[in-house]
Design a protein around this ligand. Structure first.
Ligand code: SAT
Ligand code: MN
Length: 619
């Protein structure tokens, strides 16, 4: 199949019957679209409407191109399988840049290049990069269209896979464009340009997963602008997600006094019908989606989901911090997802309307991945090879993903769609650590909680290209996503606490589901059992649960955790809650080294917290 089989005229007239003219009355937006088209020279320009007919047209085209395989309607209706090129499977952090005017504003944790220099390089790459392809213009809004200040974006892309995925992950289409047009010059939108960097020459046939060996994922923070090139993978190409909602939004949040964070949002209801909303930050592929959709094992408690990846938090008139999920879908890690670890994710995806990338395709037209029930006797692996249970290779890439509408989640809290968001009672920071970090620790106050977040550490996962399993600091689980100097970001967090009524701020906790015993086994069962930790957190907020004060904060007494019906020995419980002074003393040089990277930009309050911790450890 080649691109030239698509009849241009039909596409355009169908767009018109969808009710959207090929263009916009918003002069600034039209000028930018025209400028990009002149630079990238696509065969045609299509404005994305969000209609059903458009979905069908795009998915049909992706099937014809070999990018998508339609799954069996009886198993996963209106759903598709895709396999990427093996060199385009994850976010590329070493190719990701924060191009602030001054290098110091990118800080020690981001790659930086002078914006003019970067633009010159990328204009060279974009020149003619959409040749032989269709350029799509996707008007979208992160968060609610009826928010007080709707957070618009417009993504231009030459990838149908990106259009289809964006339609799942963000509120997109003609309604958004109309609102941008109504607001005219008052509409604030982030221009986000994406090209696969794989132009087609006349007659050249396309590959199933076009992309380029040269990749750039670039944020221009002062201009609130994103340029991405060479990759079709989620976090590199669905520009509303990490690029906008974290990297660019964190800069907006700094300037405007709010927080853009890598956090799930969940609603917890106690047997007494008390409702609390919890936000939680974990690095990619550490179980955020599973926690967001947790099925509690303790009787009488319910969890509902509002979001699994990103939270924007602003102060309400009542002085509390309110969170919204700017996204509209889940882009979850597939391997390990099953009826036990995340039954609600299973219900969400089986309703269909989903895209599965880099998992295995079964012979009966369904998807499978490591950890899922009903292992097939034979499947096609993500690399397109024959796979059987005796194969030495994995059927699915460890960072393979499902992309599915949030509205299909059976435990979706209706408040997810409230433009004002929900008041947050607790913030959890968590990482993946074999040692040192207890199951749960309560901070003494906001600044101490900020210290916990700023020193958060985790073993690396497959969500980013690079070595897996090494401990790295991942502040607030935002290391790859802070859009400015991380020292200034810590200072912003401290400032949020300073300006607020302390009694109304969320309480901050540090959790670790991943501690191991000497034999390498997990000390804590995790998944649904994490509801026991959530219960303790809520009881601490309500003042009814006991804790012991330790050098690192308040840790549960063994009796204060509800362990009824759980098969855990007293030794395991002690080990998972232990604050081992020697382990913590060994942690201090790593924290010192981490803080040293920030030089004068490290807020003095964090230095004071570290000194206090050292003193309590007898150092
Ligand atoms: O970067 S993605 O959004 O594609 C996935 C992740 O790392 O959380
Ligand atoms: Mn994430």
């Amino acid at each position: 199949t080649t691109h030239s089989t698509e009849p241009t005229a039909t596409t355009e007239s169908t767009e018109r019957t969808d009710g959207l003219a090929a263009g916009t009355t918003h002069a600034g937006l039209q000028a930018w679209v025209d400028e990009v088209a002149a630079l990238t020279t696509p065969d045609e320009v299509v404005w994305v409407t969000g209609s059903e007919a458009e979905w069908t047209r795009l998915t049909d085209r992706l099937v014809a191109a070999g990018t998508f395989t339609r799954l069996d309607e009886r198993k996963k209706p209106n759903s598709f399988y895709a396999a990427s090129s093996p060199n385009d499977v994850a976010r590329v952090e070493d190719r990701t840049f924060t191009c602030s005017a001054e290098e110091k504003d990118a800080g020690p944790t981001n790659n930086w290049m002078d914006p003019q220099e970067m633009k010159a390089i990328m204009r060279g790459l974009y020149a003619g990069s959409m040749r032989g392809r269709t350029m799509y213009v996707i008007p979208f809004v992160m968060g609610h269209l009826n928010a007080e200040n709707p957070m618009f974006g417009v993504e231009i892309t030459d990838s149908e896979y990106v259009v289809v995925s964006m339609r799942v992950m963000a509120r997109c289409g003609v309604n958004v464009l109309r609102r941008i047009e109504e607001l005219g010059d008052d509409a604030r939108y982030v221009p986000a340009l994406h090209s696969l960097g794989a132009p087609l020459e006349p007659g050249e046939s396309d590959v199933a997963w076009p992309c380029s060996d040269t990749k750039y994922i670039v944020q221009f923070p002062e201009e609130r602008m994103i340029w991405s090139y060479g990759s079709g993978y989620g976090g590199n190409a669905l520009l509303g997600k990490k690029c906008y909602s974290l990297r660019i939004a964190s800069v907006m949040a700094r300037d405007e006094g709010w927080l853009a964070e890598h956090m799930l949002i969940l609603k917890l209801t106690s047997p007494q019908q008390q409702v609390h909303y919890v936000a939680a930050a974990f690095p990619s592929a550490c179980g955020k989606t599973n926690l967001a959709m947790l099925a509690p094992t303790i009787p009488g408690w319910t969890v509902e989901t509002l979001g699994d990846d990103i939270a924007w938090m602003r102060f309400g008139d009542d002085g509390r911090l309110y969170a919204v999920n700017p996204e509209f879908g889940f882009f979850g890690v597939a391997p390990g997802t099953n009826e036990t670890t995340n039954p609600n994710a299973m219900r969400t995806i089986e309703r269909g309307n989903s895209v599965f990338t880099n998992v295995a395709l079964t012979d009966d037209g369904d998807v499978w991945w490591e950890g899922l029930e009903n292992e097939p006797a034979h499947a096609r692996s993500w690399k397109g090879e024959d796979w059987t249970p005796s194969s030495s290779e994995l059927s699915s890439h460890p960072n393979s993903r499902y992309c599915t509408p949030i509205s299909q989640c059976p435990i979706l809290a209706p408040e997810y769609d409230d433009p004002r968001g929900v008041p947050i009672s607790a913030i959890l920071f968590g990482g993946r650590r074999k040692t040192t970090i207890p199951l749960v620790t309560e901070s003494r106050d906001w600044t101490h909680g900020t210290f916990m977040g700023a020193t958060l550490s985790s073993e690396t996962t497959a969500a980013a290209v690079g070595q897996v399993g090494v401990v790295r600091r991942d502040p607030m689980a935002m290391l790859p996503f802070i859009g400015y100097n991380a020292g200034d970001y810590f200072n912003h967090w401290i400032g949020i606490g300073k300006d607020a009524d302390a009694a109304k701020l969320p309480k901050i906790f540090y959790v670790n589901w991943f501690r191991r015993d000497e034999d390498g086994g997990f000390l804590w069962p995790g998944f649904g059992e994490n509801s026991r930790v959530l219960k303790w957190v809520i009881e601490r907020i309500e003042g009814t649960a006991a804790a012991v004060e330790t050098p690192i904060g308040h840790v549960p007494t063994p009796e204060s955790l509800d362990l009824s019906g759980l098969d855990l020995t007293p030794e395991q419980l002690d080990a998972v809650l232990a604050v081992d002074v020697d382990e913590w003393r060994a942690e201090i040089p790593q924290i010192e080294e981490w803080f040293a990277r920030f030089g004068d930009n490290l807020p003095v309050q964090l230095r004071v917290e570290l000194d206090g911790l050292k003193a309590r450890l007898g150092l």
